[in-house]
Design a protein around this ligand. Structure first.
Ligand code: FES
Length: 613
């Protein structure tokens, strides 16, 4: 039978500059998908739904589909006529060349990984045991495992067990090192679990990871000394599929492939960073015998490959809240082949083990202080520890503090305005890296609004005084020109719009209303709180006075506030280094009373009230 002639599939080439990647795509493929396929992760805060405007690209050559209504609304005619388009909305109609502006690339951002550390006794779950065995001979035909196990039992330890990978390594390493090896052993009640077999004297390493929705913080730790040998923060690659976990869950729900993609992109990035950290420290991933991973509940589920559909819809049920100890190999994490991953307990669908870790690091289980812990992110978790109780809630503060949904918003990357002062009509800005401004990061927009309030450019409802200096009206809407085009890095004005102000009102209102609910649940007032602990990367750079000025936090003396950095990362390290800390975290979770704000009787009214400045 004659085969029918093949119809050639027509493709267009998409050239991505200045990165220098190029990909051929079929007609109907939008630019965001094209970039993703080319391995270029554009920021896509809404996951490609078309509502965030963060996936900005500029057409340099070629033809695209006409701008959609969404693009016209979000970008305005001026930007569209300069070639700017939203990658998730536009499709090529010819070969095209695109320029990717720096703010669309999730790289080179301030990456806070450090946090306030505490002293505690080291008691890691995996310990080293050095063996020097007599080699087998015809009169001693014991197997390698039996020979090693009996050596342990002679020291009063339970018998040795191992999986196939560990037993293989045992046989090979015993012979490679003349019957002297260091075993990495997980101690259980009735057996010693063989985790790794290493050359004698090799220090055992651990890995602590805080998997934030935006950023991954990794710490390579010496389990013997507790020292951090290397650490780094990188962007969460899942950001290309949606900035917040809700968008990512929606993405995962579209297909099993998407669900898998979120897990593999995450684990691939973790493995790349593990490799880099090991090179920096002169170590090998095979020496990492255990990892502790914390993250919000969705990140936890994505990492484990657990279903997330039920997390994305009311009543937001996690597949599991109990702590898990899983084999690293099951999730593809490249550490010792028989190494494990400990995932501490989640608290609720929207309060994950990262908050458990932050509470642990904040010593919520000690000393009877009344304190509020606020871990600010796209989702903000708040806990109030008072007496024996810990009240916890989660509030959708949104990605505005990450610069998303803000007209000239960007992440904390070079050129982002991070501080604003207005005096006598003069506006001064400070940017990250001292570059010419190209946008505003979260702290920048917050200080800008605080200054506008103090200078009566804005009123308490968030409405502009249209007669004030630098306030102009565009398409009937007022906006404040923070930096005029001739002083910016991209030749466009950097402005604060009424919508930007509203976004910040929503974010700070959600946090303040959440705090109010917890205080009422504990039946105390702001004056009764001894300490306000502000955690998270944004919280680290936050100007507290501005945060009080806009009403995010109550006006209590500033010395009651502590900015502790990445408390979740610190808590993860503690649980890596101490079994006792794992137990403490469980005891602490037993005291948590989770307050679901979405059904809290007057939460909507509290939220609306808290939006006022
Ligand atoms: S608008 Fe394109 S990803 Fe959000």
């Amino acid at each position: 039978m004659e085969s029918s002639p093949k119809i050639p599939v027509h493709t267009y080439t998409v050239d991505l500059e200045p990165i220098g990647r190029r990909i051929a795509v079929e007609p109907g493929t939008n630019l965001l998908s094209a970039a993703q396929r080319a391995g270029v992760d554009l920021v896509a805060a809404c996951g490609g739904v078309g509502i965030c405007g963060t996936c900005l690209v500029r057409l340099v050559a070629g033809t695209l589909t006409p701008p959609t209504m969404t693009e016209e609304e979000e970008l305005g005619t001026e930007r569209i006529s300069s070639g700017y388009r939203m990658a998730c909305q536009a499709e090529p109609l010819s070969d095209v060349r695109l320029d990717i502006p720096p703010e669309s690339l999730p790289v080179a951002q301030k990456m806070q990984v450090e946090g306030r550390e505490n002293a505690f006794v080291l008691q890691p779950a995996v310990i080293p045991v050095d063996l020097a065995l007599s080699p087998p001979e015809l009169e001693d035909l014991r197997s390698d495992l039996t020979r090693s196990s009996q050596a342990l039992e002679e020291r009063g330890m339970p018998p040795l067990q191992g999986d196939l990978a560990a037993i293989s390594a045992l046989s090979e390493e015993l012979r490679a090192h003349d019957w002297q090896v260091r075993l990495a052993i997980r101690q259980n009640d009735n057996h010693s679990q063989l985790v790794a077999v290493l050359p004698p004297g090799t220090p055992l390493l651990g890995l602590a990871v805080d998997m934030g929705s935006t950023k991954l913080a990794l710490y390579l730790i010496d389990l013997n000394s507790g020292a951090t040998l290397a650490s780094t923060g990188v962007m969460n690659p899942q950001i290309a599929y949606g900035e917040d976990v809700v968008s990512r869950i929606a993405f995962a729900n579209k297909s099993e492939n998407n669900h898998r993609l979120l897990q593999t992109r995450l684990v691939d990035t973790l493995n790349e960073v593990i490799h880099t950290l090991c090179v920096q420290a002169g170590k090998r991933p095979a020496e990492i015998v255990e990892a502790v991973m914390v993250g919000n509940t969705a990140m936890h589920h994505f990492f484990c490959g657990l279903p997330v559909t039920q997390l994305g819809a009311s009543p937001y049920i996690p597949a599991v809240t109990q702590p898990l100890l899983i084999k690293a190999i099951e999730v593809g994490l490249n550490i010792a082949s028989s190494g494990s991953v400990y995932l501490p307990a989640n608290i609720a669908g929207y309060v994950g083990a990262d908050h458990t870790a932050a509470l642990l690091a904040s010593r919520a289980n000690q000393d009877g202080r009344t304190f509020v812990l606020v871990d600010i992110g796209t989702n903000t978790e708040i806990s109030l520890a008072h007496g024996e109780q810990i009240f916890t809630c989660s509030t959708a503060s949104g990605p505005a503090f990450e610069g998303a949904h803000i007209r000239d918003g960007m992440r904390a990357a070079p050129g982002a305005i991070e501080r604003v002062t207005i005096a006598g009509g003069e506006v001064q800005t400070v940017t990250i890296g001292g570059l010419a401004p190209v946008g505003l990061c979260g702290t920048g927009i917050l200080t800008a609004i605080s200054e506008m309030l103090q200078n009566d450019v804005l009123d308490m409802r968030g409405v502009f005084d249209r007669s004030a200096d630098r306030v102009r009206t565009v398409d009937k809407r007022a906006e404040f020109v923070l930096v005029p085009a001739d002083k910016t890095g991209h030749g466009r004005d950097v402005v604060v719009t009424r919508k930007d102000v509203h976004e910040i009102q929503l974010a700070k209102g959600a946090i303040r209303a959440g705090i109010g609910v917890l205080l009422d649940e504990a039946n105390i007032t702001v004056e009764d709180v001894d300490e306000w602990v502000i955690a998270g990367a944004f919280g680290t750079y936050l100007d507290l006075a501005s945060a009080q000025q806009v009403g995010m936090f109550p006006a209590v003396p500033l010395d009651r506030f502590q900015q502790v950095g990445n408390a979740a990362g610190v808590g993860a390290k503690e649980m890596l280094l101490s079994n006792q800390k794992r137990d403490e975290s469980l005891g602490m979770i037993g005291r948590v009373q989770y307050v679901e704000l979405t059904i809290y009787p007057d939460f909507t009214q509290r939220f609306v009230d808290a939006m006022y400045f």
